[in-house]
Design a binder for this molecule. Structure first.
Ligand SMILES: *Cc1c(COP(=O)(O)O)cnc(C)c1O
Length: 275
């Protein structure tokens, strides 16, 4: 709801980063991401909107898809680099831009202290207290920010983080780099095969959810988070009457790659109960 392309958490993660870049007199943002990265699209759009140039380094072989098309439309210059070179992001940045003084390095996914600050504001904006907050995690920066906001503005709230990649327990350590992880609960069993992997069960859940609520989820992040929350609720993991907030972090572009796999909703709606 914040912005169609600088979606959800990406706006919050970029807010103080761009402010910092501007205060330092930088006018060219350099960042990194996979070929379907919501962060690349968000950075490209934010750069265009707020008067920066932008360059994106894309992991892997050259491809084209709707996300990268949007990056180009928003004026981002794209460079495809091998997975091996991508691992040394800082060296890549230095070899291309190390001698320039007007460029600003933004890490993959926008991870930074500024991003944590921006995400913490989400909790301050809540109009009522919640017992539980759910969010999806890639780098864990958004979760770290929400947790920071919880300690500051809503200390009784528990954060439930759903890593979207396999073996996601390490994300707890990523969160701990920014903030103590005491109110943090980790749900590592909802990756559906790994990052950007999906299953018919997950797509089915996303379809039903959209048909019943008018709210779209994506299969990379918010679908897995919502699936986890609904599953836990159905297992009575929370006391009756608990107030539970699911944070929709945006990122709906990913769903567009699934066009052929989404079934017509008439097959998904439960049959009416017999008389
Ligand atoms: C990037 C992204 C995330 C992950 O955020 P992190 O701060 O990297 O954990 C979650 N949801 C959506 C929709 C995203 O685009």
């Amino acid at each position: 709801m914040i912005h169609p392309f600088i979606s959800g958490n990406k706006w919050r993660k970029l807010k103080y980063t761009l402010e910092n870049a501007r205060n330092q007199g930088k006018d060219h943002l350099i960042t990194f991401g996979g070929a379907y990265s919501n962060h690349l699209v968000a950075t490209a759009c934010a750069a265009a909107k707020f008067g920066f140039r932008s360059t994106g380094f894309v992991r892997g072989e050259q491809v084209s898809n709707p996300s990268l098309m949007l990056c180009k439309l928003f004026g981002m210059e794209l460079h495809f680099i091998s997975r091996e070179r991508y691992r040394g992001k800082q060296e890549v940045y230095n070899s291309f831009f190390g001698k320039l003084s007007n460029t600003y390095f933004i890490d993959e996914g926008g991870a930074s202290n500024e991003a944590v600050e921006g995400c913490a504001e989400l909790v301050r904006e809540l109009s009522q207290p919640f017992d539980h907050i759910f969010c999806a995690a890639g780098t864990g920066t958004t979760a770290a920010g929400i947790l920071k906001g919880i300690y500051e503005f809503s200390p009784g709230t528990a954060l439930h983080m759903v890593p979207v990649l396999k073996n996601g327990a390490f994300i707890k350590d990523e969160v701990s780099r920014y903030v103590a992880a005491t109110n943090l609960h980790l749900h590592t069993d909802y990756h559906f095969g790994g990052y950007a992997r999906t299953t018919p069960e997950l797509l089915n859940f996303i379809s039903k959810f959209a048909a019943r609520t008018g709210i779209l989820l994506d299969q990379v992040y918010t679908g897995k988070m919502a699936f986890a929350a609904y599953q836990l609720i159905s297992e009575n993991a929370f006391a009756e009457g608990s107030k539970i907030l699911l944070v929709h972090t945006g990122g709906l572009l990913g769903l567009m790659s699934q066009a052929e796999k989404i079934l017509p909703t008439e097959f998904l709606v439960d049959p009416p109960a017999s008389q």
